[in-house]
Design a protein around this ligand. Structure first.
Ligand code: 5GP
Length: 214
């Protein structure tokens, strides 16, 4: 019986997708359905956009502070993206996973590749737009970036989508609710993997062996 109560470690969920694909909206929808998931707030050297708050969307830090964090090994992963650093704090994530809490990372592809090396059991999900034209429309509509930045982000998006092949799951964000629902289904299926539930089977196998022996 003790096997049934075995403390489950949290699931590390890595979500990537080009800038403007609607990840934040999908994540908000996902988290409203799964309030038990801990969303990791990243560190960045990018300036806050209108409406973004420190500690909520990101921890906004200087390049010097970010470089200090790299040197002192405080980051699980980091990457430079369109001229700015982005990185994930290691300590808090480790604590949450140990406590059995699922942790969600919204990170770009270079960072995801580093996480894949360090945490091969994580679940890797890539979100794509229905088309590049639609992505361009969404980036312009967001009205937060200059047109050169948008061009850079679109080129980056094409490169990033090539990396989707390295992920476990692909979700098309044509509709936020559908995309969030697909991710919920992925997470549900991941929880049912035999390797994550082997202790449940073992408790029965153990009992069955005992019955045969009797
Ligand atoms: P944005 O500037 O649009 O908020 O984010 C740009 C890109 O950085 C997005 O693709 C986002 O997923 C990624 N990003 C956000 N936080 C992190 C992080 O901690 N590490 C890495 N590698 N990428 C991140």
């Amino acid at each position: 019986m003790s096997g049934l109560k075995k403390q489950r470690k949290g699931e590390l969920i890595v979500l990537s997708g080009p800038s403007g694909v609607g990840k934040s909206t999908v994540i908000a929808e996902l988290l409203s359905n799964r309030r038990d998931i801990y969303f990791s707030v990243s560190y960045t050297t990018r300036a806050p956009r209108v409406g973004e708050a420190d500690g909520v969307n990101y921890h906004f830090v200087s390049r010097e502070e970010f470089q200090r964090m790299i040197r002192s090994g405080e980051l699980l992963e980091f990457a430079e993206y369109v001229g700015n650093y982005y990185g994930t704090s290691l300590k808090l994530i480790q604590e949450k996973l140990e406590q059995g809490t699922d942790v969600l990372l919204d990170i770009e592809v270079q960072g995801a590749a580093k996480v894949r090396e360090k945490c091969p059991d994580a679940v890797f999900i890539f979100i794509i737009p229905p088309s590049l034209e639609e992505l361009s429309r969404r980036l312009r509509q967001r009205n937060t970036d200059a047109s050169e930045t948008i061009s850079l982000r679109l080129e980056k998006a094409r490169q990033e989508c090539r990396e989707s092949i390295c992920y476990d799951y692909l979700v098309v964000n044509d509709n936020v609710m559908d995309a969030a629902h697909e991710i919920l289904s992925i997470l549900e299926a991941e929880r049912c993997r035999v390797k994550k539930r082997i202790h449940l089977a073992q408790s029965i196998i153990g009992n069955a062996d005992a019955l045969i022996c009797d």
